[in-house]
Structure formats: C-alpha cells, structure tokens
Design a binder for this molecule. Structure first.
Ligand SMILES: Nc1ncnc2c1ncn2[C@@H]1O[C@H](COP(=O)(O)OP(=O)(O)OP(=O)(O)O)[C@@H](O)[C@H]1O
Length: 654
C-alpha cells in the first residue's frame, strides 16, 4: 500500500495534428495525499484540464504511470475504470454538464443508477443531496429552469452522491458571477474540511491561494508546487458495496425518454419499414390461410373423401377407335366392379341427361341428372322434404324426381306430388333438396357444382329411355367416398388401374380428387408465400437501415450526453446497451404496431370478402421476434460507435 492516494511519474500526453505534436503533458511527477485541497493553476493551454482528465481516468496517458493507492491504473479494464469514475471520483465541470432532459433529482441520481441502485432509492438519496446543496425547492425542475449557481450545486450534488474519495473540479466557478462563485467555493472548502480530497483547476490566482496546495503548470510540466503539508487522513462514510452496473429497466427507460420521446415523429417514421414488413407478412399469410380454409370447407361441404371418375367424352375417330378396342366408356360394369372393393363408405353413379323441363307448360331452367347409389350422402345433400329414391324406383324405372331448392321455389306449393314434364314424359316430385349455399370461386376444375338447380331422376329410368344411344357411354361420373382421407391418393391410383383394365387400356376417363386439387393449388400458392416473405424481409431490411440511420444521427446528436454518462460512471457496455435498447424498443414498437395493424386489416378485409379469419399464431411471434432482431442487428453498429467514443472528446463536443 502506497503512502500516497495518487502517485504520478513522468506522465505524458501528446496530441498529433498532422506534422505537429502538441505535448499537453510532458513529464509530470506528482504525489497527492488524501485530504488535500489541490489547486492547479497555469496559463491557458498549459495542460491543466488534460492532467485533470487523466487523473479522473477519463483519458489515458501516452507515457508514464498513474497509481491510485498503489494500483497502476494502466492495468484496469473499462469496467474497472468506469467503476472507479463512478465511486472513487466525482467530477464538477465549468459548464455543469447536466442532462437537459432529466430533472435535477434524476441528474443527481445518475451515478447511483450506474452503481446499480434501485431507481426509487436512488431518487430518495438524490433528494437528500439536493437538499444539502440548498436545492430542496427545485427537485422536479430541469437544468434549463435553474440559474448557473444552482446548476453548479446540482453538479456538485451529483459528484458527491456516490460518496467518492476525491472531488475533481475543472473551473467550477468559471461560468458564475463572483458571489455565486464564492458560495460554490465555500461548499468545496466545507467538503474538504469534512475529509474530501479536492483537486481543482482554476485560472483565478486568488482562488488558487485558498487550497491547501497550489500546483503551477506551464507547457505540460509542473513548474511550481507549494504548500503541501501532510494532512491527517480522515475516514469517510462509504456507501455499502453494491454490484456495479445499471439496471435493464433504467436503460430501457432512458432509451425511451432521451432517445425516442423527444422525437416522436422521427421515431414513428423510422418504425414504418418495420410496421409495413410485419403487417404485410401477417396479412398475406392470414389471407392465404383464410382462403385455403374456405375452399377446404367448401370442398368438404360438397362431400368429403371423394374420388370421382369422370368419363372423357370422345369424338369421331377417337370414339370409334375406343369402341373397336373394346371400351364402352364409363359404364355400370365399372361402377359395379368398383363398388365391390373394400374401404368405401358410400358410392354413386351419375349420368347427365339434358332434357327440356316443363312445369305447368312453362319452361323451367334446370339441370337433369340421373343418379344411382348414395348420391345424396356422397354429395352431402339433405332433403328438406320428401324422400330419396328407393330400390323400387331404380328397378322399375319409376318416373319420379327430386328437385333442388331453386327449382322447388318456382313450383307452386305443395311441391311434393307435383308433376314435371322431363323430355315430354311426366315425372312425379318425391323429394326436395335443402338449399346449398356454397361459393365455388376458383374450384370449378374439381367438377363441383351446387345442386340448387338440379332435378335428379333414377339412373335406371334414364337408361331405360335412352339405351339406344350406342356410342354414348352409360355413365358420366362414378363417385366413391373412401373411409380414410389419408388413403385418397393411393385409392385414386388403384381405381385408375382397375378401370384402365376394364377399358382395355383406353384412357377415356379421368380421376379427380377434389381435396387433392386444393392441395395442388396450395402448392402453387407457396410461391406467393415465398414472395411475401421476401418482400417483407426486404421491408424489414429497409426498416433496419432506417433504424441504423436514425440511431447514428441520435448518437451524433447526443455525444455530449454520452460524455456526461461516461464521466459519471457509465461503462462502454452501459452505453452500448443503452443505445441498443433504444434501437430494439424502436423496432419492437414497430413490430407491435405492425401486428396490431395486421389484425385490424385482416378482420376488416376478411369480413369484406367473406373469408374466415385465420391467424398463424407462431407467425405473429416470429414476426415480432424478427422485428426485435432487426433492431438488435441494425442498432449494434451505432451503439458500438456510441460506446467507443472517447469520454473527453465527447465531453468537449458542443
Ligand atoms: N483533443 C485535442 N487535440 C489536440 N490538441 C489538444 C486536444 N486537447 C487539448 N489539446 C492541446 O493540449 C494543450 C493542453 O490543453 P488543456 O486543455 O489541458 O489546457 P488547459 O491548461 O486546461 O487550458 P485552458 O486553461 O485554456 O482550459 C493545449 O495546447 C491544447 O490545445
């Protein structure tokens, strides 16, 4: 342990400006003991402030050694240096160096925040110090609302709040009138009497005489050193040791208050890229999910687990060749063969039978379809009244029909039992179908149609009437409903094989699996999804660049603030985290606004175009996380810039 509080040997600090080298300190040797009141005097440019900055560990020497209580500060890392500035020294500057956005209590509490204190406690301690300095009435004021003398008292309170061993004052009365200056000097002398070591730079020769020791500098060296008597070291109350570092909540709050709130419009515009990126990806995904769900629901509403075998109408030569090769087109035999297979839940056969339909002698626009099997069940059709065809109707080719809801609406009540004339032959209405309100936009290729304008007749009745058409295949469609949706594709392949065999290899049929068509559409839609992600990512990158740009500007604007924070004990890490927190808050707020906006847009649009509202919850979280990461990635460079600023240069900036 050294006898001296401070011991410096051959201290050098040179500034290089082009060819020229300014030797601000050119070999200073000095020992300072605890309890001294050291006045440093000298002409302008003699190196006083430079010495003070090096003593306060705000600047590093180019040569020589500086020891505090025998510890060489050259060995200290940034965290230790910052902790030292925070706890061992307190600075008072000529220009006060208070943060204009903070109240005086908050300014005084700043070193406590970097000492890791709890905010509420910090403010209480700060109030005690403010009151000690006669500022009890002005606790909630901002520095711009106080006089120069009051501001300097705030600065002294801030310097003392962490009960440092040494107070360093650089021209503390320089910006004050003589009366106020005297008051400040009285405070410093009182502090010295209480045991505080004080090192003060001054131009004032009279003031210089009031210390316990006077050091005169010229051209970077000490030319005179008078009056240093060994003083009894006084014990000072130390604050209990607490972990060094600032709390995350305080970092976030200072980011919001000093970085974002003073520039609300700028902050909002900066967020726009993120808002657009996040909301566009969520909206596009919701629209795509919603329309997929709607189409899947529609397909299921028209009969789930369906495999349809449709007859391919052939013409002329092709038709003749097919018949010569032994294929009669889709036939009852095919139907009977297929329905004998396992794994089916229900089945139906269908033949389109275009006919003129007359109701009471008036033409009725409709589609006549001859059916066999569980046509109603397979196609998810329900009867609103009457009955389905029974085996008797089929076996005896009964002239009965079932009408769709819109056909029924054109017939005078009661509909059941009425007669319609189909192709000149009267048919009795035995059943009426329930209305099927389904919008088939985009899925016509699946062969799905609503049945409201249909008139169904028994297949055997139709075949009995039109058997003479030799070249026409018996059936237009066979519908099979399989038990297990997962087996649809394999069932389709198997069915194709069977019919190919029955048709002697003639490919005059087609297998349609409606739900598979939807899957194929989804596959095609993936390109759009990828495109959306790419566009959103570009938007995020643009947003990120916006954030980086604004953060760089913010760092440039706040260089002095950074210097003040460093002087009160902020480490490089604290500054880095502060600006990073600010960038992340900016982007995360953009993310939240983007998510909020997308929810509004999705609800509004979906209700307008009648698609179900579907959100991918993981995507909401992913988009938000992506926005936060954008802030992290693009905020890192400006935050690093801020952290690496030289504290002295930062303090000197205007
Ligand atoms: N960042 C810098 N770059 C170049 N030269 C510098 C820098 N900082 C200080 N100097 C020079 O170093 C010398 C000492 O400066 P310093 O500020 O320590 O003097 P001072 O005695 O405190 O002066 P004053 O009383 O006018 O404040 C001066 O010549 C100054 O121009």
């Amino acid at each position: 342990m050294s006898d001296h509080l401070i011991k410096i040997r051959n201290l050098q600090r040179h500034y290089h400006m082009g060819e020229e080298t300014v030797k601000a300190l050119d070999g200073v040797d000095l020992d300072i003991q605890a309890g001294e009141f050291v006045m440093i005097i000298g002409s302008s440019g003699s190196g006083k402030s430079t010495l003070m900055h090096i003593l306060g560990l705000l600047d590093t020497p180019d040569g020589g050694t500086l020891e505090y209580n025998g510890v060489d500060v050259a060995q200290m890392k940034d965290e230790e240096l910052s902790s030292f500035r925070n706890r061992t020294v307190g600075f008072v500057f000529q220009q006060f160096n208070l943060l204009p956005t903070l109240t005086i209590t908050e300014n005084i509490a700043l070193p406590l925040a970097y000492a890791g204190g709890v905010k509420e406690d910090n403010l209480e301690v700060a109030k005690v110090y403010a009151t000690k300095m006669g500022l009890g009435e002005r606790l909630g004021h901002k520095p711009t609302e106080l006089s120069g003398g009051q501001n300097q008292r705030v600065a002294i309170a801030r310097a003392l709040v962490n009960t440092p061993d040494i107070l360093m004052a650089d021209e503390p009365t320089g910006a004050l009138d003589s009366k106020t200056g005297q008051e400040i000097m009285d405070i410093l002398h009182q502090l010295n009497r209480e045991g505080k070591t004080i090192i003060m730079v001054t131009h004032d020769r009279e003031l210089a005489e009031t210390g316990t020791r006077k050091i005169t500098m010229k051209d970077g060296v000490v030319i005179d050193d008078t009056g240093h008597s060994k003083l009894p070291e006084t014990k000072q109350d130390k604050r209990p040791e607490i972990g060094y570092g600032i709390r995350l909540r305080q970092l976030v709050m200072s980011g919001v208050r000093e970085g974002l709130l003073p520039h609300k419009m700028r902050s909002f515009l900066t967020m726009l890229g993120i808002i657009i990126g996040v909301s566009s990806v969520i909206c596009m995904s919701s629209f795509s999910l919603g329309s997929k769900k709607k189409q899947a629901d529609q397909i299921r509403a028209l009969g789930s687990n369906l495999v349809k075998i449709t007859n391919t109408p052939l013409k002329d030569l092709e038709l003749n060749q097919a018949r010569i090769r032994g294929s009669l087109g889709l036939s009852l035999k095919d139907y009977q063969t297929l329905t004998g297979k396992e794994g089916l839940q229900a089945h139906a056969a269908l033949r389109e039978t275009p006919m003129t339909v007359l109701n009471d002698g008036h033409l009725l626009k409709s589609r006549v379809r001859a059916t066999e099997g569980d046509f109603l069940r397979v196609n998810n059709l329900k009867l609103s009244e009457g009955r389905d065809f029974d085996p008797f109707d089929q076996n005896f080719a009964a002239k009965v029909c079932i009408v769709g809801s819109s056909v029924a609406s054109k017939i005078t009540e009661p509909v059941l039992g009425k007669t319609l004339t189909l192709g000149g032959v009267p048919y009795t209405i035995v059943g009426v179908l329930k209305n099927q309100s389904i919008n088939l936009g985009g899925l016509e290729a699946s062969g799905l149609k609503d049945s409201n304008s249909d008139i169904l007749i028994p297949l055997q009745t139709a075949l009995a009437r039109i058997n003479q058409q030799k070249l026409r295949s018996q059936l237009d469609e066979i519908q099979l409903q399989v038990k297990n949706e997962d087996l649809l594709i394999s069932a389709g392949a198997e069915i194709a094989k069977i019919i190919q065999g029955l048709h002697n290899g003639v490919k005059d049929f087609e297998i349609v699996i409606p739900i598979d068509l939807l899957r194929q559409k989804e596959e095609a839609g993936k390109l759009l999804d990828i495109l959306t992600v790419i566009i959103s990512s570009i938007s995020m990158v643009v947003g990120g660049i916006g954030i980086m740009n604004i953060m760089l500007a913010s760092v440039r604007e706040r260089v002095r603030e950074i210097g003040i924070r460093r002087a009160t004990g902020a480490s490089q890490n604290n500054i880095l985290m502060q600006f990073l927190a600010e960038a992340i808050i900016l982007s995360a707020t953009g993310g939240v606004l983007g998510v909020g906006l997308s929810i509004i847009v999705v609800f509004a649009t979906c209700s307008l175009v009648e698609i179900p509202v579907v959100f991918s919850i993981p995507l909401l979280f992913i988009s938000f996380a992506a926005s936060m990461s954008t802030g992290l990635v693009f905020g890192l460079f400006p935050a690093k810039n801020a952290a690496e600023l030289n504290p002295v240069e930062a303090l000197r900036s205007e």
